[in-house]
Design a protein around this ligand. Structure first.
Ligand code: HEM
Length: 286
């Protein structure tokens, strides 16, 4: 059976795909709960970790969906675009489990949360993440979608998916390049987040006009910047402190880190460079 026919199968499309993915995730969460003594803060935290580890790959797939079809047009790209909403809803379902355990931790184990977990900036990023996610879920269905003009709907879903991607990507960046005791999954999820972003940047470059009309010098400069960006994206522990010293030279800029989401954007600096490289290598269509 050709891939095209296989990917049209009802079982892996639409609502059925949603239940095919979020059903087993929910069963796994219930089994994990039954095997975990949730009377302690660390135990509930491990359930938070498990639920969000189920969620993050779905986020990265939803984030990269439109780029797959742009870069590699074909049945798989069409399947990803057709089911982007349902993959997004699967992400939301897994995040609902994280939300349930977060409430459990903050209400039942509030001392543990206050003493071991709570950091103002993380809480602001986390709550904003859930506000975006809730608004994206509500407006994924007809009644909710009618509340927004198409332009505002796109703005919400674009800024929302970027905010949520940035949260997950930065968590794994700091796990790899700052906390210094990464596990294998941290590397896999960091690479997944990086790949999803670079695919979006490449798709943007292709949409802009691609390489064909760009001067050789611009291609070489852009290519060199992209290589530099990819090296920097994998050597964060070498340069992050110097970068932060440059970005936070004053007490005021230092103080922004206490509450401003993602400031001073250290994990994303190589990605900005990557974007600049793509911009230089591609020429905007007339
Ligand atoms: C106020 C809201 C939030 C709170 C209180 C919260 C709390 C936590 C806690 C306690 C952990 C550590 C679990 C452990 O390692 O034991 C964690 C991990 C994590 N959270 Fe959240 N979170 C929130 C929102 C979010 C949002 C919106 C995202 C977006 C994707 C997210 C993504 C993650 C990721 C990626 C991890 C790392 C999991 C791993 O170790 O692989 N969280 N969170």
């Amino acid at each position: 059976m050709a891939l095209k026919e296989l990917l049209k199968n009802k079982a892996i499309n639409g609502r059925r795909l949603f239940w095919l993915i979020s059903g087993p995730i929910s069963v796994a969460m219930i089994i994990a709960m039954s095997r975990t003594d949730l009377s302690s803060g660390p135990a509930v935290s491990s359930m938070i970790q498990l639920s969000v580890r189920c969620a993050v790959p779905l986020l990265f797939i939803a984030f990269a969906s439109s780029s797959v079809q742009k870069l590699f047009p074909g049945p798989f790209g069409i399947w990803m675009l057709r089911n982007r909403k349902y993959v997004g809803l699967c992400f939301a379902a897994a995040m609902a489990w994280q939300g349930f355990f977060i409430l459990w931790m903050t209400i039942i184990h509030s001392d543990y949360y206050a003493n071991e977990v709570y950091v103002l900036r993380d809480a602001i990023e986390g709550v904003l993440g859930y506000l975006f996610l809730t608004a994206m879920v509500v407006t994924s269905f007809k009644p909710g979608r009618k509340l927004l003009k198409p332009r505002n709907w796109r703005l919400l879903h674009l800024s929302g998916i970027y905010f949520l991607w940035a949260y997950a990507f930065s968590v794994y960046w700091w796990n790899l390049f700052y906390y210094g005791a990464p596990v294998l999954l941290d590397y896999i999820y960091y690479c997944g987040g990086l790949l999803a972003w670079t695919m979006r940047a490449a798709a943007w470059g292709k949409k802009r006009g691609g390489l064909k009309d760009t001067a050789t010098a611009a291609k070489l400069l852009g290519g060199a910047i992209i290589v530099f960006a990819l090296v920097a994206a994998n050597t964060g522990s070498v340069w992050w402190q110097s970068a932060e010293n440059v970005l936070k030279p004053t007490a005021f800029l230092e103080s922004l880190e206490l509450w401003l989401p993602y400031w001073p954007f250290t994990p994303f600096l190589p990605l900005f460079a990557f974007g600049l490289g793509v911009f230089l290598m591609t020429k905007a269509k007339a």
